[in-house]
Design a protein around this ligand. Structure first.
Ligand code: NAP
Length: 484
């Protein structure tokens, strides 16, 4: 008699997913949708809280985007799913543990590092990555103790992607508007006393090459107490850019919106101003003599067409200095290498073929997969992870029959809990997270906000421990009633 077929009731496919952001959840959802597959999924996450960038990256004034968590809640409620939060792979559990206990392992760990500009002065006080700022105002525990000195009058944001717009918008928003969101309390308090009055957003290419999207750009026209400033000269397009405007609807919409802003009377009564500049690159961050940022030196660019047809910026040797006490580089993210797995240094991703991990010369890492930003790079919106996760899931399903013969009959259900307990890991279950979630939402209700986040891991665990104790008391109470 041969071994039972993998993915059947007799021998379910056991999958470990590392990460609990959109890519992790969309991969799990796609696996659960397979009609002819008995699958069990254990999801491991470094933070106690799930949902990755939806909780820690999406701007607090973009609550509607966070509605996607309802889909993830549905996946989490599936009887075939378990959540293990507060578990760091590489410390609490090794890659070897996962490969020993599970049939397949998916890494959906995102791209947590930020890219550097590589110009003098990047280390000055007052110069930050946008990532740090975003995580700080969203209450990510690793950044809850960051300090942002908002006493300067002018801030510069480098890059013209959607993250740059998030940073500029949060700096330009009125504290009264932010106080209605789930922004971290420490950030709200600091932003209330912010003296930043002008935010200058710098694009190294022109408006037709901007990476931001029209919906996000349009919001600047509706900000309370903030004016948008665009110099008409910055919107003069070369022939290549005009072609792009004609071809691409989103590009056309971006340019129309910017033209609308350029045509507006600048509202001098606005408390704050957001200034968009194009075809300029920072070349140096200037020291005030005490290690603090005093100004940003920029060079004007022109666009040149490269061999692959893309339009790249080239400095023309004309310089300008913008006084600024704050600078945020928002020029993209990169992945970080995971122990034992290959890493593409230049692209900052885990090399893969349609989600199957391969090393740099194309050799497969059997049973290991990737999904999301660590698979394809930091691009696209949250929904982009749905087809991306489905592609990875499809590859896993195709590979499944080939695994049966070589794998023993695994039962990680009890083993993983035993292993974590032996190692003294205080892992967080989905029920634990639901208790923390309810606690945050209740605190928010009292203030007319969607939630008030708990921003430190020990405090999260305290709330969770109290809820566990309450659940145990209730269960004991029920047992007593039944035996009586
Ligand atoms: P992004 O969209 O890749 O934009 C990066 C920007 O940085 C580009 O404008 C790029 O210009 C510029 N840049 C790169 N290197 C530079 C340098 N050395 N000097 C000056 N500028 C430089 O990245 P992102 O803004 O981090 O966003 C990541 C992804 O998340 C995107 O897909 C974005 O749409 C998504 N996101 C979506 C939302 C939303 O939907 N509301 C919110 C946030 C993020 P070049 O084009 O010239 O390279």
């Amino acid at each position: 008699m041969g071994s039972p077929r993998l993915g059947t009731a007799e021998r379910p496919l056991w999958v470990a997913i590392v990460g609990a952001g959109p890519a992790a959840y969309f991969t799990a959802e796609a696996l659960f949708k397979q009609t002819d597959l008995e699958v069990r999924i254990d999801m491991f996450n470094r933070l106690p809280t799930p949902f990755g960038l939806v909780r820690d990256g999406v701007a607090p004034d973009h609550q509607s985007i966070k509605a996607v968590t309802r889909k993830f809640e549905k996946v989490s409620a599936d009887g075939r799913f378990r959540y293990f939060g507060n578990v760091t792979i590489g410390r609490d559990l090794g890659r070897e543990d996962l490969l020993r206990l599970y049939d397949q392992v998916v890494y959906a760990v995102g791209t947590p590092a930020d890219r550097r500009m590589g110009i003098p002065g990047e280390e000055l006080e007052g110069s930050h990555s946008a990532t740090e700022f975003v995580w700080w105002y969203n209450g990510h525990p690793d950044y809850a103790d960051c300090e942002f000195d908002l006493s300067a009058e002018r801030a510069v944001v480098v890059g013209i992607g959607n993250v740059a717009l998030d940073v500029a918008r949060i700096l330009a928003s009125s504290p009264a508007a932010l106080a209605k969101t789930d922004i971290a309390d420490h950030a709200l308090e600091r932003l209330r006393s912010s003296r930043v009055r002008e935010i200058v957003v710098l694009g190294r290419r022109g408006p037709a090459q901007a990476a931001f999207t029209p919906v996000e750009l349009k919001e600047f026209g509706q900000l309370d107490g903030a004016a948008v400033v665009v110099a008409p000269a910055d919107l003069e397009l070369d022939a290549g850019s005009r072609e792009l405007v004609e071809k691409d609807r989103a590009v056309r919409r971006n340019v129309e919106l910017l033209e609308g802003y350029a045509g507006r009377e600048t509202r001098e009564d606005g408390e704050r101003r957001v200034v968009f500049r194009f075809l300029v690159s920072p070349v140096e961050l200037i020291d005030d003599g005490s290690g603090r940022l005093a100004a940003v030196r920029i060079e004007r660019n022109r666009l040149v067409r490269t061999e692959d047809g893309s339009m790249r910026p080239r400095g023309v040797g004309e310089y300008e200095t913008i006084e600024a006490g704050l600078a945020f580089r928002s020029i993209g993210y990169r992945g970080i290498a995971l122990p034992g797995l290959p890493f593409h240094e230049r692209w900052g991703i885990i090399p893969n073929e349609g989600g199957r991990v391969v090393d740099m010369d194309g050799t497969r890492y059997p049973r290991e997969y990737v999904a999301g930003w660590c698979k394809r790079g930091p691009s696209g919106v949250i929904g982009t992870n749905k087809p991306d996760g489905a592609e990875t899931a499809a590859a896993m399903v195709v590979d499944c029959p080939g695994l049966a013969a070589e794998l023993p009959n695994r039962r990680p259900a009890a083993e993983i809990e035993k292993l974590l307990a032996e190692r003294g890991i205080d892992y967080v279950t989905y029920a634990d997270w639901q208790a923390l979630d309810a606690f945050e939402v209740a605190r928010g209700e009292a203030q007319g906000r969607p939630r008030v986040k708990v921003c430190r891991v020990p405090e999260m665990l305290e709330v969770i421990h109290e809820a566990r104790a309450r659940r145990r008391t209730e269960e004991r109470g029920r047992e007593v009633t039944v035996t009586e």
